[in-house]
Write a protein that binds this ligand. Structure first.
Ligand code: ZN
Ligand code: ZN
Length: 165
């Protein structure tokens, strides 16, 4: 995702509208167990403030993930407010900042970082998902199994949930 910034880089205060809607293939490898096969949409702008670039806008995408308790396949969507400063690579003395080089700005790292920070590591199909039976694997949202008897004490159930989280 490389953007030509030649139109604004020489003019202090210049603004470039940025809009894209693309599948970002490198996202796939970033978080284990999460599939990003929907495009990432972005609407915003890039402003030149004395040679420093300011990106702002709204980014959104959807991803697929399995419920942490019952493994049901889920789709979830996120919307992220993006606000980042970007400096010229020539002036950069700090490794932890986003940079542009000459007339080009690669947005890949910004896209990736914003999404990674917004995606939860664990997702539940619903807050009261009962999960799978630890013994026989029955989906307890759909029915009960005979193993329940042995651990049917509600106080024990609470404890089990506590240790699982
Ligand atoms: Zn579930
Ligand atoms: Zn069971």
């Amino acid at each position: 995702m490389v953007i030509d910034i030649s139109g604004i880089i020489k003019n202090d205060g210049a603004i470039l509208s940025i809009e894209f809607n693309e599948v970002i293939p490198s996202l796939e490898a970033v978080i284990k167990g999460i599939e990003f096969n929907k495009p990432v949409e972005f609407k915003g702008r890039l402003a030149n403030g004395q040679g420093m670039l300011y990106l702002s806008g709204i980014m959104g995408t959807c991803y697929e993930i399995d419920c942490y308790r019952c493994s049901k396949h889920l789709e979830r969507c996120i919307e992220i407010k993006v606000k980042e400063g970007i400096v010229s690579v020539e002036k950069n003395g700090d490794e932890d900042v986003y940079t542009y080089q000459g007339n080009f700005l690669d947005l890949s790292a910004i896209i990736k970082d914003n999404i990674v920070l917004s995606v939860p590591m664990r997702v539940l199909c619903s807050n009261d998902c009962k999960g799978l039976c630890h013994i026989c694997g029955t989906d307890l949202n759909e029915g009960s199994c005979s193993c329940i008897k042995e651990s049917g004490d509600p106080r024990f159930e609470v404890l089990k949930d506590f240790f699982k989280e």
